[in-house]
Design a binder for this molecule. Sequence first.
Ligand code: GLP
Length: 252
Amino acid sequence: MKLFIEKDYDVVSKKTAELVVGAVKSKPDLIFCLPAGSSPIGMYKVLVDMYKQGEVSFRDMITYDMDEYVGISADNENSYAYFMQKHFLKFVDVKSENVFYPDGMAADLEEMCKSYSESIASKGGLDLAITGIGSNGHIAFNEPGDKLIANTHVVNLDETTIQNNSRFFGGDMNLVPKKAVSIGMEEIMKCKLFLVVASGKHKADLIKRTFENTDIDPMWPVSFLRMHPNCIFIIDEDAASLTDIKILKKYI
Ligand code: GLP
């Protein structure tokens, strides 16, 4: 794990976007795994601005969404497929035939997950992925458990995840889907560059636990990124504020 500590959310977003732009410039047909959640919204905004300024093109890029709710369709405004359109894809030149996402409405979800994984593998695996950290340590929707799952799979969302994500559903936990589809830990570990973004005081405990505790713990899925060959955390000063600086410095 490597670490950048930036001043605030805006600088985190800019730094993350710069890493994405660097990656797409060195490999225009980048296989980019797109995250949802609040953390990456600023980064998408910077990417859209840079595209509009003519500083970058995504014309040959291929995108795979990292996760999706089960039971809501891509045109539902709470779906992650819709989120990607709203914050990024509709503004840039990614070709629609290069946009892939798990179909949360598939009649046979297991089969859909299998073909999603095969599609990623057929392109040589993910080049770049970005995620926030869930309050229970999840990455994508790989929820804590006695084991983690290698490839794209259906997951029962944790109570804490349902509660946290209810803010996107008018605060009503009953409206949040109880199941989701997520890329798996092997797909994450094989991703050539994996970025984690975290900003704000509400992420400070998560960062402390992730950096101060060296266990590789399936009950804390983000801890597996300790074994990732090329993983960079981009966090702000508030998110770093509870962690022993001597420990953080080892990763800078
Ligand atoms: C959702 C996403 C995760 C993301 C998490 C963190 O649960 N499925 O991929 O990491 O939110 O959310 P936020 O960035 O809003 O803190």
